[in-house]
Design a protein around this ligand. Structure first.
Ligand SMILES: CC(=O)SCCNC(=O)CCNC(=O)[C@H](O)C(C)(C)COP(=O)(O)OP(=O)(O)OC[C@H]1O[C@@H](n2cnc3c(N)ncnc32)[C@H](O)[C@@H]1OP(=O)(O)O
Ligand SMILES: O=C([O-])CC(=O)C(=O)O
Length: 371
């Protein structure tokens, strides 16, 4: 590689190795630690997938029981944190609340700067346990409701839904939600994961890396797209308007959220699994009109630009039909991706090198200061 070759957006640049996951656009596959993600989604709980991402192997029953006990014991948020989060303006985006919560948890952790594998694994588990309570707090606050106490008798996905929506939905909805958590958990060197690795590479702490990653995920070119998809559906209104709406939007050079991908050019490996989950939710929640909109826009986008949906495209409407408010969609993504981020933070620390790329200078030539 010539020193003067610029790779805008680092497209195609290989910066390191990873053993956490493999995205293969040629075979349209995604594996976590070697296991196809669609097989994990069909056969495993999210807690098992978290264990796999962190430790490299699926847990034995005893290992899972131990992790579950620790996770359930850390679901409740410290009272002071709840008060601080409720003191934020009601207009704050739930992603901002989440970012603030992680930052406060870090400031309160006496082991914040302990970067040993054991300390960081304990922090990862505590964040994994606490994030659904923060997401649920933001969801309930939007509806004028106070937070609920977490339930230790429920699995991760069930407790998450109970805390957010106030009741446990049908098992098919719980399964669809859990599928989304498994699919969102990890995706190699995406922008937010890379952000977490950049922060970690300076030997900063895990909370700082996660806080920065939340900021990176918020943008609509990354995780924020799952919220933007709902705005698009609302703008289109009727499925019969999708084609005309798209032609106008493309003529105006707008980016259509939920379509395209930096790595996948022939479709996102996770979309078929999430599309089936969306179908299940739509059948239970009278979502046929939203499904028609989904299909009409996807057909038109392929015809106009040859672009396929990414995971955010089916996840957005699925969360909507489950009963979440749109601004809570990307925070749900955070609660899942915390597993992938923290696996990458550990991997970065285990073989660290400061991440500091180069640039080509394009400002004024050196000049004399005349004073
Ligand atoms: C979980 C995730 O984070 S998945 C990604 C979620 N993000 C989105 O859905 C946002 C919408 N999509 C996009 O903006 C892009 O597809 C990205 C950012 C995801 C990937 O971008 P890149 O790899 O840089 O692709 P790039 O922007 O070069 O696209 C290639 C061409 O397709 C066009 N294109 C790509 N995606 C879209 C889109 N969603 N809408 C309209 N045009 C698009 C680009 O304008 C470009 O056209 P051009 O060659 O005429 O200039
Ligand atoms: O890989 C990417 O660039 C974005 C993505 O799909 C993800 O983070 O899940």
């Amino acid at each position: 590689m010539s020193a003067l070759t610029i790779h805008k957006g680092l497209a195609g640049v290989v910066v390191d190795r990873t053993a956490v996951s493999m995205v293969n656009p040629d075979t349209n596959s995604l594996t976590y630690r070697g296991y196809p993600v669609q097989d994990l989604a069909a056969n495993c709980t999210f807690e098992e997938v978290a264990y796999l991402l962190w430790h490299g192997e699926l847990p034995t029953p005893a290992q899972l029981a131990e992790q579950n006990a620790a996770e359930r014991a850390h679901r409740a948020l410290p009272h002071d944190l709840v008060l601080t989060l409720l003191a934020l303006p009601e207009s704050a985006h739930p992603m901002d609340t989440l970012r603030t919560a992680v930052s406060i948890l870090g400031a309160n952790d006496p082991d914040e700067d302990d970067n040993s594998p054991e300390a960081n694994q304990a922090k990862a588990l505590r964040l994994f346990a606490a994030l659904p309570s923060v997401v649920a707090l933001t969801q309930r606050r939007r509806r004028g409701l106070l937070p609920l106490a977490p339930r230790e008798d429920l699995g991760y996905a069930e407790n998450f839904l109970y805390l957010s929506l106030g009741s446990i939905p049908e098992p098919e909805i719980v399964r669809a939600f859990e599928t989304s958590l498994v699919l969102y958990a990890e995706h190699s060197f995406n922008a937010s994961t890379f952000t977490s690795r950049v922060v970690t590479s300076t030997l900063s702490d895990l909370y700082s890396a996660v806080t920065a990653a939340i900021g990176a995920l918020k943008g609509p070119l990354h995780g924020g797209a799952n919220e933007a998809v709902m705005a698009t559906f609302e703008e289109i209104g009727d499925p019969s308007s999708a084609e005309a709406w798209l032609k106008t939007a493309l003529a105006e050079k707008r980016k259509i959220m939920g379509f395209g991908h930096r790595v996948y050019k022939n479709g996102d490996s996770r979309v078929p699994t999430m599309r089936r989950a969306l179908q299940t939710v739509a059948e239970l929640r009278d979502g046929h009109r939203l499904l028609d909109l989904y299909e009409s826009l996807a057909r038109a986008m392929y015809a106009e630009k040859g672009l396929h949906p990414n995971l955010d495209y089916p996840a957005g409407p699925a969360y909507h039909l489950m009963g979440f408010d749109t601004p809570v969609f990307t925070p749900i993504f955070v609660a899942s991706r915390i597993t992938g981020w923290t696996a990458h933070i550990s991997e970065q620390l285990a073989a660290n090198s400061l991440i500091r790329p180069s640039s080509v200078y394009s400002g004024p030539a050196q000049r004399a200061l005349s004073r």
